[in-house]
Design a protein around this ligand. Structure first.
Ligand code: GLP
Length: 257
């Protein structure tokens, strides 16, 4: 859906998360780092603060993690998600999982992560952002559409994009662990968020382009329940934008994201 006002964006996604968390006794959320989901986390924190919305019974799985950064490094995704979201609400931190990029056996760490997701009953709702090159999680171009959690090498562009969070480009790790595209596609509901003109080309490719490993986010077209929530600038290159606006405006009231 294309939201007309930026304030609307976080509310729509927070509604989907809230409804899941209230509906399921033991909800399982897939969390994404990056700047795109931050307004959603802020909105969920507000709803928690106003009372009523509790994450005490929720389990969370992160999409990805840098290899070699200790958990207490401020840019490890475990630290980022605790700072931006889970540590600001009543999450039990024992229930917040991420791939272990410090394990001496990274293959085993990836297999254990896949097993933990299955053990939790699978992911109910997976939040996603998209990289300019089409990566979801850290599945860079060329990632198998059937891939599972594994080690990946970041592209030079992704390292440049993420250098703003580190002291220097050299400090950005080259390797990461990420849920595979196949892992992501097993979540029951995928919610991808993107805002700003800078994401317009990526949004057009993922929604309207061919399904290709060269643009991993396009694999979302294979999933039965995907919501792409974007603002007007991010919708700037969609050929069928008018149709999407019309469909959303005319949506029956019982139909949620
Ligand atoms: C990072 C993360 C992704 C994220 C993407 C886009 O590299 N691994 O999960 O979706 O970049 O980030 P942003 O939302 O800041 O544009």
């Amino acid at each position: 859906m294309i939201v007309a006002r930026p304030e609307e964006f976080a509310g729509v996604v927070a509604d989907a998360v809230e409804s899941l968390v209230r509906r399921r006794p033991t909800p399982v959320l897939g969390l994404a780092t990056g700047s795109s989901p931050l307004p959603v986390y802020d909105e969920l924190v507000r709803r928690h603060g106003r009372g009523g919305l509790s994450f005490a019974a929720t389990t969370a799985f992160l999409l990805d993690e840098y290899v070699g950064l200790p958990f207490d490094h401020p840019e490890s995704y475990r630290a980022v998600i605790e700072r931006e979201f889970t540590g600001r609400v009543d999450f039990d931190q024992q229930r917040v999982h991420g791939p272990d990029g410090q394990d001496t056996d990274l293959h085993a760490a990836c297999a254990a992560y896949e097993a933990a997701i299955v053990e939790a009953g699978g992911i109910d709702l997976q939040l996603l952002g998209v990289g300019g090159d089409g990566h979801i999680g850290f599945n860079e171009p060329g990632s198998s559409l059937a891939s599972r959690t594994r080690l990946k090498t970041l592209t030079a562009q992704t390292r440049l994009d993420n250098a703003r969070f580190f002291d220097s480009l050299d400090a950005v790790p080259r390797h990461v662990l990420t849920q595979g595209v196949g892992t992501i596609l097993e979540a029951r509901h995928l919610v991808l968020v993107a805002t700003g003109e800078v994401k317009a080309a990526a949004v057009a490719s993922l929604v309207e382009g061919p399904v290709t490993a060269f643009f991993p986010a396009s694999a979302l077209q294979l999933h039965p329940h995907v919501s792409v929530v974007i603002d007007e600038p991010a919708a700037g290159q969609l050929r069928l934008a008018d149709y999407y606006r019309e469909a959303y405006a005319g949506k029956p009231p019982w139909q949620t994201l």
